[in-house]
Design a protein around this ligand. Sequence first.
Ligand code: ADP
Length: 159
Amino acid sequence: MTRIAIYPGSFDPPTKGHEDIIRRGIQLCDRLIVAVAHHSSKNPLFSVAERLELLREIVGSEPTVDYVEITGLVAHQAREAGATVLLRGLRVAGDFEYERQMAVMNRELCPGLETVFLAPAVDQMHISSTLVREVARYGGDVSRLVHPLVAKKLSQKFA
Ligand code: ADP
């Protein structure tokens, strides 16, 4: 049986925390689909195409990883792709209640789809795309938080 996992998120921008979850995820499944959502807010910093491209470049050549845009419900996309695992990172306790609700809802929408939470590396628990955007917007150093390519794109956005 081929185990397919989907890892959905906004990735605006992709951070070292995301990269960590992707690398751990690769070990857990035969195929990993990294699925990029438009954004919960109306004004994303990077377009979906830019985020997909950044993810491809920072993860590098990994033959079992695919990158897709989320066009509807993640649960439907998971079902269409044959995914049985939905990966999420769990950073702090504050993430938990929302994630628990999402996990139950996604299983209801796609029976058999189990959400698996991965704990990030301890030195990456504090990294979020929101904070990275804010630090970069005001000229702070994001080199410990994101891949150098993402840091470069951020400085171009805020130049
Ligand atoms: P969303 O808007 O769907 O939460 P994000 O891009 O913020 O999109 O996050 C996507 C997933 O990556 C979530 O499961 C989130 O918990 C996880 N994630 C984000 N940052 C980190 C990090 N530093 N360490 C581990 N997981 C993370």
